[in-house]
Design a protein around this ligand. Sequence first.
Ligand SMILES: NC(=O)c1ccc[n+]([C@@H]2O[C@H](COP(=O)([O-])OP(=O)(O)OC[C@H]3O[C@@H](n4cnc5c(N)ncnc54)[C@H](O)[C@@H]3O)[C@@H](O)[C@H]2O)c1
Length: 313
Amino acid sequence: MKILVTGGCGYKGHILIPKLLARGYEVVAFDIQWFGNFLTPHPQLKVVKGDVRDIESVPLEGVDCIIHLSSIANDPCGDLDPKLTWEVSALATMQLADKAKRRGIKRFIYASSGSVYGIKDEPQVTEDLELKPISEYNKTKMVAERVLLGYQNDMVVQIIRPATVCGYSPRMRLDVSVNMLTMQALTKGRITVFGGNQTRPNIHIDDITDIYLHLIDHPEVTGIYNAGFENISILDIAKLVTKHVPAEIVVSASNDPRSYRVNSDKLLATGFKPKKTVEDAVLEIVDKYRTGVLKDEECHSNLKWMQKTVLAK
Ligand SMILES: NC(=O)c1ccc[n+]([C@@H]2O[C@H](COP(=O)([O-])OP(=O)(O)OC[C@H]3O[C@@H](n4cnc5c(N)ncnc54)[C@H](O)[C@@H]3O)[C@@H](O)[C@H]2O)c1
């Protein structure tokens, strides 16, 4: 099978692609490389630097399956330049799906986001609830989902709404909660928690990438699935970190009221079993930092890096 991974040089892509290669698939990583490329060369891997907005440049020749990860990948980045956000995350997704259909590509896996729900009062957030996206990022994800569902008669459309991902990747993100709090403890001996009581769902990077493999194996699993297995308050994440890294926890006021518990029973019912925990993610990050593999650098924050590089041009 030949798989195109858009955004393949991102945080998730760097964990997913070696797993695809280990299975013997031929992989094309298509990415604008805003955050670089640290993928290990492999005879079955082709890395193409390009912009998904330039749809004619996306290498679809011989592709059997698309895993679509490219996006402006969080709320503050999405707000930096809403036109760019809509073009990359929504319009390009529509054009990619259209091209895929015309080429007879039969598999399309899409990384949406659990943030499409917005603020929910329901104790359990299930896939059938009304979507009330707040940020530009959330809105583009919702629209892209709806566009893709329109192609269900043409191809197998599998949409995942992941929780916040945690854990180490060679293209690291330190702007996601567990990773950020762990790095604060390691570098400052102090964790600043905004609000603290908001409950948020989390998923380990090994589990989210295993879900994409699970979807490849199960074309009958179509439609939309939540993916988040540990609903924990930010304060409890901070406390978990201090179990392994001594640090003071400072709680300050939050301007982000979102608090929700995602329910992933629908995905679990398809036979997927998560293997890792938030605590595993903390321990892995601590190990990578202490062994000098991981450093606290600006390029690990999508917002800081986009402001400094992409949007400064
Ligand atoms: N990490 C999370 O916590 C999380 C949670 C839910 C959903 N997601 C979604 O999963 C996907 C992957 O997230 P990630 O954490 O790996 O983010 P990431 O920012 O590390 O990766 C996104 C990649 O897309 C690339 N990209 C951006 N614009 C592009 C364009 N115009 N053309 C080609 N490539 C482009 C970037 O260079 C980057 O490598 C995203 O769609 C994101 O919205 C992530």
